[in-house]
Ligand binder design. Structure first.
Ligand code: UDP
Ligand code: MN
Length: 296
């Protein structure tokens, strides 16, 4: 048992067995070998987490990048859905990074929520747009986020919230199991296998998806700094990791184990069809139109 979840169960001693069963899932892995919980629907009482984080004074910065054509294609729907499902009840600050600040839609935000726009350059290659997010995230944490938010969550923009994405997802260092890999044997994980890359990884724990990661501002800054450093190291050596920032993220999370993992219920791709272990869709992949959206 993971220490965290079992202590919750102890608190429930006086509840009946049927209720206790709510807090466990027997069909999926709910705990890592280093005792980090993997959060699945049915394992937690949402109200407990809402109360806990409200009383602790947790606040969340959400970073999202909308550069080039991705802004018109995804940003409005992303923010709109987030207002309906992301960390409701906690203070949330959106950090929208874009090359065209004037095009950021005017979204009506709920109380205790605000949005900041950060202008960034538009790199020519989509691979660089994706990878250079690490640098912008780190800089923004240092200059602003750390003074205002306890936690940071970093999101791809090409997705939509469709269900509760609440404080049960908050932790010191949070990573997401990739929907396409969580059931596959490790030898199929697409880590970077080029020994010349600093993202090179022979074996890992899981295949993590770079579309969502988070944690305390301190640990997200450490992650972003380390990934940016190894991306720049690769550039110096004229190599590029097979899945760009995701390869570097996987390497980092192998060396620095996350304290909390999110099940693919937190970022599901409906093209995978119905799966009995995916009991809820909290966020869904939006359709990808690479040939139309990616410039260069
Ligand atoms: N992105 C962007 N403009 C681009 C390419 C990427 O804003 O031209 C940002 C956007 O937030 C996107 C993220 O970088 O969600 C990662 O790229 P993408 O979603 O295309 O990668 P994939 O999901 O295919 O790994
Ligand atoms: Mn994406």
């Amino acid at each position: 048992k993971c220490p965290l979840e079992s202590s919750r169960m102890l608190n429930l001693d006086n509840r009946i067995d049927a209720e206790l069963d709510l807090f466990s899932r027997h069909d999926v892995q709910t705990c890592t070998s280093w005792s980090a919980p993997i959060i699945w629907q049915g394992m937690f009482e949402p109200d407990d987490y809402d109360q806990e984080h409200k009383s602790k004074g947790s606040s969340v910065a959400l970073t999202v990048f909308a550069i080039g054509r991705y802004l018109d294609a995804y940003l409005k729907e992303f923010l709109h859905s987030s207002e309906q499902h992301f960390m409701l009840g906690l203070p949330v600050t959106y950090y929208v990074f874009t090359d065209t600040p004037e095009k950021v839609p005017d979204i009506k935000l709920n109380p205790q929520r605000s949005l900041k726009i950060i202008q960034v350059e538009r790199h020519k290659r989509w691979q660089d747009i994706s990878m250079m997010r690490m640098k912008s995230i780190s800089e923004q944490i240092e200059s602003d986020i750390r003074h205002h938010s306890t936690h940071v969550f970093c999101f791809d923009v090409d997705q939509l919230f469709t269900g509760r994405f609440g404080p049960e997802a908050l932790g010191e260092s949070v990573a997401l199991l990739h929907a396409h890999y969580y059931r596959l044997p490790k030898w199929l994980y697409t880590y970077d296998r080029n020994p010349k890359s600093s993202a090179y990884l022979e074996t890992g724990d899981f295949y993590y998806h770079a579309a969502i990661f988070g944690g305390s501002w301190r640990s997200v800054k450490a992650l972003a700094d380390a990934c940016h450093r190894s991306i720049m190291q690769d550039k110096k050596n004229n190599v590029e990791a097979v899945w760009h920032d995701e390869s570097h993220l996987n390497k980092y999370l192998w060396l620095h184990k996350p304290s909390r993992l999110l099940s693919p219920e937190y970022c599901w791709d409906t093209s995978l069809g119905n799966r009995s272990d995916i009991q809820v869709h909290r966020l869904l992949w939006a359709p990808k139109y690479y040939n139309k959206l990616r410039i260069a």
